[in-house]
Every structure is written in C-alpha cells, then in structure tokens.
Ligand binder design. Sequence first.
Ligand code: GLU
Length: 454
Amino acid sequence: MTPGRQAPRRPAMIVTRFAPSPTGRLHVGNIRTALVNWLLARGGGGRFLLRLDDTDAARSTAAFAEAIEADLAWLGLNPDDRVRQSDRADLYEAEFARLIAAGRVYPAYESPEELELKRKLRAARGLPPLYDRAALALTAEERAAKEAEGTPSHWRFRLDHGSPITWDDQVRGEQRFDPALLSDPVVRRADGSWLYLLPSVIDDIDMGITHVVRGEDHVSNTAAQIQMFEALGAAPPVFAHLALLTGSEGALSKRLGSLGVDALRDEGIEAVSLAALLARIGTRRPVEPVDSVEALAKGFDLADFGRAPARFDMAELEALNTRILHALPFDAVAARLPDGMDAAAWKAIRPNLTRLSEAADWWAVVTTDPALPELTAEDRAFLARAADLVAAGASDWAGLTAALKAETGRKGRGLFLPLRLALTGRDHGPDMAALLPLIGQDRALARLKAAAKE
Ligand code: GLU
C-alpha cells in the first residue's frame, strides 16, 4: 500500500449487540433497545449478539439471565451468539495492562467521603462536579507513599483534553463534547471489580460490534468511550442514542418504566404487538399491524427515529394487539390454541378476541353444550321448528334463518337471538354463519331440542 493512503474500508457486515445487566427483568425500554438492535442487524443481513453485563456480581443472578433469554425468545429476537462479561476477566485484565502502560488509566486514592467533600466545595463555588485530577498530579513518591500506607486505589481513565470528542449520532446528529468538561471516569473499583464503561468497550472491539444503539441516557458515556476505543487502538463503532420512552401523560410513569415484558405477556399481549409498537413509536413511520417481527425489519432505518421522546401508550398497545390478533394466520397461533381448534374455528373466532386466551372460551362454546337459556313459550316453539329444519338437513346459517323467516315472519333480533342463545348460551359472539358449521349438525340439533323443551 502506498504510504499515506488508506486501504478502502470494506463495507462491514452490521454487528449489533444488546447488553443488559441481569439485575432485573426486562422492561419496555430495554426491549425497545433490543428490538432496534435486532432490526438493524436483521434488516441489513447482519448479526445480533447478546452480551450479559454481569460485572456487578452482587446484583446479577442466573435467574435474571435466564429470564432475559426467555423474554427475547418470546419476542423472537434470538441472538446469533451470546457472551457474559463474567467469563471475560482475562481479556479485561490484558487490555487494562495496555492502558496502564500507555498512561491512559491511573490509580486514584480518594475515598467516597473525600470525593463527596470535593464535590460540595466545588458546588459552593458554583463549579460543576468535575473530578480535579488530584491523583494524576501525584508524584511517583507520593503515590508510593499511598501504596505503602495501603490506601486503596480505584482506577480512572485519563481523558485526552487535546481536542473535542465528536461523532455523527445516527439519531441525534452531530455530537460534540469538550473532554475537559468531563470527569475522568472511574473504570475499576478498589476491590478490582469493573465498572461498566471499559469492559463494554473492550467487548465491543473484541466482538466486532459495528453499531452501538442504546438509550440517550448513555450519551455522555459515549464521549468517554470513544476515547477508550481510540486508546485501545480501535475505530469507534457507529453510535445511535434513542430518545427515551414516555407514558401517555408525559414522563414515563413508574408503572410503565418498570413494566416488565413478563407482565405484558401475562396480560395477554402478543409478542408481535409489542414489537410492532416499539419499532415505530418515536419514528416517522406509522404504527401498523404486522404478523411477525421479521416483517418489521423490512425497510428498517435508524434515520426514521426522532429526537423527541417516544410516547408509549398502553391503550394504543391494546388496540394494536386486537387488530393484530384479528389478522393473525392460524399457523402463527396454532400451537397456543386449545386442542381440536382448527383453521376454520380460528377464522370464525378471532374477530371476537382482544386476547388470544379468550379463544379457549369461545372454543368451549363450540364444544360444550350451554346451560339452558330462559325463553318464552313462543321462542321455544320457534326453536322446536328450527330443530326440525336442522334435523331435515338445514346445516348452513343463511339457509336455516331464511327458512325460519319465511315460515314464522320473524326477523332481526327476534329471529336471531333465540337461535344464538340456544346454540351458544350467549347473547353475543362470533358470526353464527361461521360458528354453526363448527358446532355441527348433531350438537346443534341437541341444543335446539333441549332449549325448545319446557
Ligand atoms: N449494561 C448497559 C446498560 O444496560 C449497556 C449499555 C450499552 O448498551 O452499552 O445500560
């Protein structure tokens, strides 16, 4: 290669990651982040990885890790690979040693109380809570003395104040930070444990992450992390910071903020409904029903996301869930339907559902004879006539009701309601024309006869 000329960069395959800490259940905010990372990877034929940020050993649990996997699987956001930070201590140690050698991390000896005092003093002078780099100013002798005294040291990353930190955020546009206005971040605690910032960068490099998409609460972390990528000799990935979610009344309510995916599932929300909403709120594209999460990957573009907070509205989710259910094909739900319920039954019953679980109730209406309805003598006589017609072979609803109408002069409610009551035990429900063939001639006849009896 000619000196001074860079090799053309190969268009890299998109590699994204979702990096939750297994210290709790996933809520709608995390799921949105996972989904957008998945869509970005899938939409571009790339890879989507799961990384469990479990460096906080005290709060991370195997049960939460399993629950995260289960929630992702429920949503159909299956990772192509998965890693756990707790398995990668050797890598962090090696990279940390490189940063020490390069003078990009330094030990700091202040206790939490001292730091708090420094913050207060600065606040009293109207200064922002910036770390004053006192530890960086220590001479080798002073440092040796601290070590000899056994003063515990934590470690800070030394930000380079030389030039502004900039990046072209795929959601927020051009970002610019003056590193001198940021504290050198603590990257490692005195007990040797890691804070999130540095391991995340080491992993993103090692895992070949090309795009980091996360919530806008991470924007200032990104500024520091960009310098960490550079200090480790890597080009930073593309960054995109999603605007936060809010509830319908403005700020995200406590309930919504902590609204677990598990709670939504238990409430009967379809995974695809949640995905369809979360993929579009806060974007310029409409929320629309789809029948699979894959369908959302078509035409997915980070540039569609805006900077304004995205509004998450439970009522909108419920309405979308209903619309989606009414259009879901049998194959998408077959495994979750009651035994014996076939495609025709699904088609007949789904327009009446707001939750898939309600299908079982309507299927029971088909398969189980109802309690006898209260009817007038006149209605019973009418049903006896209906029974005769069914016995004589009338099996379709249109034919049966047309014949009854012609014979009895009944119409509207007077014609339909007694039949519905006798056949289903309910005064409302799926279209009888679709339901009657499911009930079948034998059961229909038995129900009409039973209801017609005194
Ligand atoms: N574990 C971090 C979090 O949950 C990951 C942030 C990131 O995506 O880098 O906030």
